[in-house]
Design a protein around this ligand. Structure first.
Ligand code: AMO
Length: 437
């Protein structure tokens, strides 16, 4: 009984009065003596298969009831209405085939009756994803990325793909992963920053990318990954305010799409009361932000101008603001060389961060597009402008002013669903301890 994807019936589509061939995993077998029930699970849900032993072929009954749960099987038979069945229908089989048997001992219980710790779940991600509340996270993640792409289209952006093997780093503060590139030193890219900016001088003008970024973060925290997915925007003639407007549209659009199209997944996660942010996020200057943090009295040491926001500071501020917000006008000295300073104050930058009350989601700003200033910025940050010649030279051939941001997709999903650890939003996370699977 080969399973034909064209004619196969899914559990959710089985209608009484029809003959159907179904395929999936054995979720559960309940043998009550004269009668037994097998619950078959596929990507759409579950369906009951009834074995009235006296009425069925002995060999069929024997095959079906002696396999272990989580085996992959196919069943052909009549679909009948049955009020007592969990979904109101059941299948009376006339053929049964074991397609791929499962071992009796499983490293993880996909029914969720026995809970597993996150490392065990990640070691056995395939089985972990058989749980509806885990599958739901990744269906929602896919919807977030679909919605993000749709929003970018509305903004007139073109999707690009930039190299992940590069010659130089761009983001100070986090280390690079070195690799050997035909005997030459190279690195895994920390951000598409320079490449997306190079596109601003091209005819594309507004670009976006969804792709991996690599950060050799030493610390192991619930919010840091060594390989993350970044959603990046860069747009010609945008200033920081325009870039923040775009971030609001993208984030709110993702929430709206999930609220509209992922009802059953939200229910599986216990999030039936899912609320969509209003899309008008407060914009606090850095100066206002540190004042508000200090006013909470939650920090042992008050913040002073020039300090970065620590995790504790972010928490205190998030608690005080209580919704998504931006921190704008950061001190220039703690923002990267490519961020432009305010026209009237070189100590203050156009850089901004987009914050969820619990953590940072994105950072961005208007860029320095004036060639001479850009080169000075490199030197001030201790970088050799010669190593970045491929980038800086394009600022000599007509580069419009521009702005953009990078938004962590993993953190967006994590905060949207209230997950405690960003690893839960990543299929196969990379961290200090984890290089496989
Ligand atoms: P930044 O370094 O702030 O900015 O990164 C942007 C966003 O990417 C996510 N992110 C991470 N997520 C999980 N684990 C990590 N180790 C990690 N590192 C970064 C965060 C963060 O806010 N080039 C600039 C962006 C720009 O100016 O356009 C940049 O990379 O959500």
């Amino acid at each position: 009984m080969a399973v034909d994807p064209e004619t196969r019936t899914y559990a959710a589509d089985a209608e009484p009065g029809r003959e159907a061939t179904l395929a999936g995993w054995v979720h559960e077998i309940r043998d009550l003596g004269g009668i037994a029930f097998l619950i078959l699970r596929d990507t759409t849900g579950k369906i009951q298969v009834k074995f009235e032993k006296d009425e069925l072929d002995d060999e069929l009954v024997e095959t079906a009831l002696n396999i272990h749960r989580e085996s992959v099987v196919s069943v052909a038979g009549a679909v009948e209405a049955e009020d007592r069945a969990p979904t109101g229908v059941e299948v009376v089989p006339n053929a049964f085939e074991v397609i791929s048997p499962a071992d009796p001992e499983l490293p993880l219980d996909p029914s969720g009756k026995v809970e597993a710790e996150l490392p065990t779940r990640l070691d056995n991600r395939t089985l972990d994803l058989r749980k509806p509340e885990v599958e739901a996270i990744f269906e929602i993640r896919a919807e977030v990325l679909r919605a993000v792409r749709e929003q970018f289209r509305e903004l007139g952006c073109t999707e690009i793909n930039t190299p992940k093997i590069v010659a130089t780093g761009t983001e100070g503060g986090t280390e690079l992963f070195p690799i050997t590139y035909f005997g030459q030193e190279a690195f895994m890219n920390q951000s598409p920053q320079l490449f997306k900016q190079l596109m601003i001088g091209s005819g594309l003008e507004r670009v976006f990318e969804v792709g991996p970024i690599f950060r050799a973060e030493e610390h192991n925290t619930p919010r840091h990954l060594n390989e993350a997915t970044s959603i990046d925007l860069e747009a010609a003639f945008f200033d920081a305010g325009d870039a923040m407007d775009a971030a609001e549209a993208i984030v709110t659009g993702a929430y709206e799409a999930v609220a509209r199209n992922c009802r059953s997944q939200l229910e599986a996660l216990g999030l039936a009361e899912f609320s969509v942010p209003d899309g008008d996020f407060p914009r606090l200057t850095y100066e206002e932000a540190i004042e508000r943090v200090n006013a909470t009295g939650e920090l042992a040491e008050p913040l002073v101008w020039g300090d970065d926001l620590s995790t504790e500071a972010e928490r205190a501020l998030g608690g005080a603001v209580g919704e998504h917000y931006f921190v704008t006008e950061w001190p220039s000295e703690i923002k990267p060389f490519y961020i432009r300073d305010l026209a009237d104050d070189p100590d203050v930058s156009t850089g901004f961060d987009l914050m969820h009350p619990s953590l940072e989601l994105a950072s961005g700003g208007q860029r320095e597009h004036r060639h001479d200033r850009l080169v000075v910025g490199f030197e001030q940050q201790g970088l050799d402008p010669a190593a970045f010649e491929y980038y800086t030279k394009m600022f000599r051939y007509g580069m419009p002013p521009h702005a953009g941001w990078g938004l962590g997709a993993d953190r967006l999903v994590m905060t949207m669903l209230g997950l405690e650890n960003v690893r839960e939003a990543v299929l196969f996370p990379r961290d200090r301890q984890r290089l496989s699977p």
